[in-house]
Design a protein around this ligand. Structure first.
Ligand code: UGA
Length: 443
C-alpha cells in the first residue's frame, strides 16, 4: 500500500521503516530539512537498536523515501499517518499545533480521498478536531473530497522500538468507518499473523486507551516506589517484596522495579495531559494526582539522600554519576531523572563527573560547558577523583563493576544506587557504603 508518514521522530521513523520492511511503499515527510538530508543519506538522528540497518535496507530497496515536500507526501499516500510531536503546553495539556498544522497541509494538497491515521499521543477528541480542520480547508478550497480520521495509537518503547513495532502486542484501531477499517486491516495484515492482535473500537476510546495504558504503567511504578519507601521505614527489603508480588500473574513482574521515578518523553507528559483533560471537564483524578506527586518526590530522593549523608552541603565534594539517559539503550534525556539529580547536586555545591554509554552528546548539548561538570569517556574514568558514586540508569555495563577498584577510587567509599543494581552483601564486602532504594542502607 502507499503510505505517507508526517513526522520523523521516534514514532514516525520507526513506523515508516517497519511498514516499508513488510513491503509497503512509504514516504516520510518532515519540516526539518537538515534531518531529512541526514535521513536521505542513511544517517539516523537517534540511538535506537536495529533502526539504522532497517532504514538503509529499505531505502536501498526503494520502499522508503524521505522528503520535506509536503505536497508530494500528500499525493503519495492513500493512508497518511500523523506522527508529529505533542509537547506539553504551559498548563500540562498536549499542544496540538503540529498535529493541526499537518491536518491543514493535508487538506491544502489533497486531490483524492485520504485516510488520515493519527499515531501521535493526543487527547480524546483530537480526531474530531483534525476532521474539523480538514473539512474547513476543503470548504475554503471549494472541493468535496471524502476523508476519514482514524486513531491508531503507538505503544512502542524507546530502546526496543523496532522490535516492539515489528511484533506489537496489540494494534488498536479507532474508527467506525468500514472503508478505513478495511484499509488498516490490510496495512497491518503482515503483523497480524497467528492470532488476531487488532482491537477495533471507536475513535475516542482508542485515544483514551493510549493514555490509560501509559497512566496504568506509571501507576505501577509510583506504587512500587511508595512500597519501597515504606519497606525502608519498616525494615523490609523491596527487592524481596517485588519478587513476591510479581510472581502473582495478575500483577506480573513488569514495571514494578523501584527506582528514581519514571522519566522520558511519555509518562510524565501523558500523566499530566490526562490530569489536565480530566480537570478540564470538572473531574478530579485523585489517583493520577497521587501517581504524579509520588513521582515528583521520587525524582528528588537520591539527591536528598546524598545531600543528607554529607550534612546538607556538597561543597568540595565530587560525585560520579553513572547513567544520564532516562533509561538504557537510548540517548534520550527528556525528563531524565539524571537531570533532576544533577541540578540538585549542583545546587548543593557538588562537582559532577558523569558517564553514559549513549547520551554523552546529548548531555553536552543540554548542559554545555560548565565548571562543575566533567563528561567522562568511561565508567571508571568517572570514578577517578570522585568521593561518591550515584547510579541513575541501569545500563548493563554498570551491573558487574570491579568493586575493589571502585572502593579504591572513591574517597568516601560511598555508592548511592537509584536502580538497585547490586546485592548489598556483595558490594559492602569491599568496604563500600551502599544506599539503595527500599532496602536498609549500609553506611
Ligand atoms: C513508554 C511505554 O512503555 C510505551 O508502551 C509507550 O508506547 C511509550 O511510553 C510512549 O507513550 O510513547 P518509554 O517512555 O520509551 O515507553 O519507556 P519505558 O520503558 O516505559 O520507561 C519509562 C520510565 O519508567 C523510565 O524512566 C523507566 O526507568 C521507568 N521505569 C520503568 C521504572 O522506574 N520502573 C519500572 O519498573 C519500569
Amino acid at each position: 500500500m502507499k503510505v505517507t508518514v508526517f513526522g520523523t521522530g521516534y514514532v514516525g521513523l520507526v513506523q515508516g521503516a517497519v511498514l516499508a520492511d513488510v513491503g509497503h511503499d512509504v514516504i516520510c515527510v518532515d519540516v526539518d530539512a537538515a534531518k531529512v538530508a541526514a535521513l536521505q543519506a542513511g544517517r539516523i538522528p537517534i540511538h535506537e537498536p536495529g533502526l539504522e540497518p532497517l532504514v538503509q535496507a529499505n531505502q536501498a530497496a526503494g520502499r522508503l523515501r524521505f522528503t520535506t515536500d509536503a505536497a508530494q507526501g500528500v499525493a503519495h499516500g492513500e493512508l497518511i499517518f500523523l506522527a508529529v510531536g505533542t509537547p506539553p503546553d504551559e498548563d500540562g495539556s498536549a499542544d496540538l499545533q503540529h498535529v493541526l498544522a499537518v491536518a491543514r497541509t493535508i487538506a491544502t494538497h489533497m486531490t483524492a480521498p485520504k485516510t488520515i491515521v493519527n499515531k501521535s499521543t493526543v487527547p480524546v477528541g483530537t480526531a474530531d478536531k483534525v476532521a474539523d480542520t480538514v473539512r474547513k480547508v476543503l470548504e475554503t478550497r471549494g472541493v468535496a473530497l471524502a476523508f476519514e480520521v482514524v486513531s491508531n495509537p503507538e505503544f512502542l518503547k524507546e530502546g526496543a522500538a523496532v522490535a516492539d513495532c515489528k511484533r506489537p502486542d496489540r494494534i488498536v484501531i479507532g474508527t467506525r468507518a468500514p472503508q478505513a477499517e478495511r484499509q488498516l486491516r490490510e496495512l497491518y495484515a503482515p503483523f497480524n499473523r497467528n492470532h488476531d492482535r487488532i482491537v477495533m473500537m471507536d475513535v475516542r476510546s482508542a485515544e483514551l486507551t493510549k493514555y490509560a495504558a501509559n497512566a496504568m504503567l506509571a501507576t505501577k511504578i509510583s506504587f512500587i516506589n511508595e512500597m519501597a519507601n515504606l519497606a525502608e521505614q519498616l525494615g523490609a527489603d523491596i527487592e524481596d517484596v517485588r519478587r513476591g508480588l510479581g510472581s502473582d500473574p495478575r500483577i506480573g513482574y513488569h514495571f514494578i522495579y523501584p527506582g528514581v521515578g519514571y522519566g522520558g518523553s511519555c509518562f510524565p507528559k501523558d500523566v499530566k495531559a490526562l490530569i489536565h483533560t480530566a480537570q478540564s471537564i470538572g473531574f478530579t483524578p485523585d489517583l493520577l494526582l497521587a501517581v504524579e506527586s509520588r513521582n515528583d518526590a521520587q525524582r528528588q530522593l537520591l539527591a536528598r539522600r546524598i545531600i543528607a549523608h554529607y550534612g546538607g552541603n556538597l561543597r568540595g565534594k565530587t560525585i560520579a554519576v553513572w547513567g544520564l539517559a532516562f533509561k538504557p539503550e537510548t540517548d534520550d534525556m527528556r525528563e531524565a531523572p539524571s537531570r533532576y539529580l544533577l541540578q540538585s547536586l549542583w545546587a548543593a555545591g557538588a562537582q559532577v563527573r558523569a558517564h553514559d554509554p549513549a547520551a554523552m552528546d546529548e548531555a553536552r548539548r543540554i548542559f554545555g560547558e560548565r565548571d562543575d561538570l566533567v563528561l567522562c569517556g568511561s565508567p571508571t574514568e568517572a570514578l577517578e577523583g570522585a568521593d561518591a558514586l550515584a547510579i541513575v540508569t541501569e545500563w548493563k555495563i554498570f551491573r558487574v563493576p570491579d568493586f575493589a577498584q571502585m572502593a579504591h577510587a572513591l574517597h568516601d567509599r560511598m555508592v548511592f544506587d537509584g536502580r538497585n543494581l547490586y546485592d548489598p552483601e556483595t558490594i559492602t564486602r569491599f568496604g563500600l557504603g551502599y544506599v539503595s532504594i527500599g532496602r536498609a542502607p549500609v553506611v
